[in-house]
Design a protein around this ligand. Structure first.
Ligand SMILES: Nc1nc2c(ncn2[C@@H]2O[C@H](COP(=O)(O)OP(=O)(O)O)[C@@H](O)[C@H]2O)c(=O)[nH]1
Ligand SMILES: [Mg+2]
Length: 333
């Protein structure tokens, strides 16, 4: 069995090339937009929470972010969607991030109200603000926190889960009243008392940093770039490449294939047949024929990945050092 898998694996692409360069019109990305506005807002906050997708802890983030955006404010990196990443990769991820100067990292699953990571966020923020120099805000009794990050990493989900956690603590009416009043004026949500800690209720949306084609494709896979900009079929092809590289063959069943395959065309045609998606196309003689809808199949394939139905798939493995050994990776599945 192992040798069959190895034989199959040897046939797969060793690197990913985008054949249709037209599909790369989104690259290089729109860096730096909106930064000035955020820097302005920062004057009234004491701590910044950057949310990013745990499947791509390196890709899409700007390593100079701490200096350019946060400046001197303490910042916490929340790697959300931890449910989609093997647990035992966490130490290697933290180690790698430390090298870039990111020392405070919390892994969260915002879909889980009881998530231990989510519970750590507020106490960690408090501690960070207490031990920081608040400069212009030294006289301010209240602490303000801003949540920022690229699209779709879970910023709104984090704000919601933190708000709900607080409101469930028995002081709902009082807090609700305060939050209601303050929110209208200042767009803040009270999430803790002694000292009062407020969350700006609109997250700051950052444009992802697209350093190279592959980091763009990873961001697209995680829905931080718009699908149509990159093209669903290109994203699906990159997903197939990643799955084969990891020898994760769950897609075989999902896409109705006979076995592992490295040709996205075949995968999408069979996938379209499996999910029953066809396009009516006009034939040369004026009659209509049905063709498998490969775009719909690509969308379905990507959706299955995003929903975690293809397993836990970490996309920045090539950027993590040292690489955990394969048998270690399989543990937290
Ligand atoms: N699997 C998983 N999905 C999440 C998690 N947090 C958020 N999501 C999903 O990710 C998508 C984007 O979340 P959202 O909060 O709107 O992201 P935002 O654009 O950064 O505000 C939504 O479909 C959420 O349901 C998480 O911890 N795990
Ligand atoms: Mg949002």
């Amino acid at each position: 069995m192992a040798s069959t898998v190895n034989n199959v694996a040897r046939k797969f692409r060793k690197s990913f090339t985008v054949v249709n360069k037209e599909a790369l019109r989104w690259f290089p990305g729109h860096m730096g937009r909106g930064l000035r506005k955020m820097q302005q807002l920062l004057k009234s906050v004491d701590c910044v929470i950057e949310v990013h997708d745990a499947r791509i802890p390196i890709s899409g983030r700007n390593p100079a972010f701490q200096y350019q955006i946060c400046g001197i404010k303490p910042n916490l990196l929340v790697l959300n969607k931890k449910d989609l990443v093997e647990r035992n990769l966490r130490p290697a991820i933290e180690e790698r991030l430390k090298k870039d100067g990111t020392s405070k990292v919390i892994f969260t699953n915002c879909k889980d109200q009881k998530c231990s990571g989510v519970k750590q966020v507020i106490p960690t923020v408090k501690e960070m603000v207490y031990s920081s120099n608040r400069y212009n805000r030294n006289e301010e009794p209240d602490f303000n926190i801003m949540v920022i990050g690229v699209p779709n990493v879970g910023k709104s989900s984090l704000i919601n889960v933190l708000r709900n956690t607080h409101l469930h603590k028995g002081s709902a009416a009082r807090v609700g009243g305060v939050a209601g009043v303050t929110r209208r004026v200042q767009n803040k949500i009270k999430v803790s008392e002694n000292p009062n800690l407020y969350l700006l209720d609109t997250p700051g949306v950052l444009q992802p940093t697209v350093k190279d084609v592959e980091s763009g494709l990873k961001l697209a896979l995680c829905a931080s770039l718009q699908d149509h900009l990159v093209g669903e079929e290109v994203i699906a092809d990159y997903l197939l490449y990643c799955l084969n590289k990891k020898e994760n063959f769950r897609y075989v069943d999902v896409m109705g294939l006979d076995g592992p395959c490295d040709m996205i065309g075949t995968v999408l045609v069979k996938g379209a047949i499996k999910i029953g998606k066809f396009l009516k196309v006009k034939n040369y003689d004026g009659t209509y024929i049905q063709r498998p809808n490969t775009t719909a199949a690509a969308q379905y394939f990507i959706k299955e990945f995003r929903e975690g139905n293809l397993g836990k798939i970490f996309l920045d493995l090539d950027l993590i050092d040292p690489l955990p050994r394969k048998h270690e990776l399989n543990h937290g599945l």
